[in-house]
Design a binder for this molecule. Sequence first.
Ligand code: FPP
Length: 247
Amino acid sequence: MPSTSPTAPQLDPQWEVPTHVAIIMDGNGRWARARNLPRLAGHRAGTENLRRVIRACVEFGIRYLTIYAFSTENWARPKEEVEGLMEIMEEFIDKELDELDEEGVQIRHLGRLDGIRPSLKAKIRESVERTQHNQRLVLNVAFNYGGRDEIVQAVRKIVREGIPPEQITEETIEAHLYTAGMPDPDLVIRTSGEIRTSNFLLWQAAYAEWYFTPVFWPDFGREHLLEAIADYNRRERRFGRVLDPDE
Ligand code: FPP
């Protein structure tokens, strides 16, 4: 993995680096439109950018990166865009899996496998299996993912397991989500100026800090991630409590 130039802005050693960063990679279409390119060119540029951001996460010591790559609602997009996104995802795995594995990235899939074409499904399974013991960075790829659907699936599993209602706690729900065993996201970033959650990590992001930036995803680089981490460090996380009751 190439190191950054010595003049690139660096992490402040005083900062707390968020353990888990989640990103809604938005604005690929508008990035492409601004250049008179087809929307898929925007998704390709967004995929190229993903490599840069994964590298920056490894460099900064972020332990979990969750990316929203394809939502359960995205099936409603024009057929050629959906097909193109499936193709891009397959190409991404073909091109990047070896290097991600070498770099110690553990790939996890959040979402449903049903509905995904067999060739891609097999590649997702292979990526998850091959990298399962890697420890440097957990890369959660939310693909065919919806936050409400995730909760519905969790409830179904709980009911199937016959857990009595009075024994169901928040921990029970958490243990049945795709993210079971992982820390909740500390920081959720959405690019492209849109300010909404769009069914992403509805349960897990309950106490996350949200960071919105007008930058389109293909342009969101290492320096933007650094700025998001700086902003995160200016927040006071209270988790619903009062920090100093005398203030
Ligand atoms: C949102 O931009 C982006 C998506 C729906 C797809 C994100 C996918 C990628 C970056 C590439 C595939 C992912 C992997 C893991 C290889 P938009 O199309 O909604 O943009 P717009 O709002 O400007 O139209």
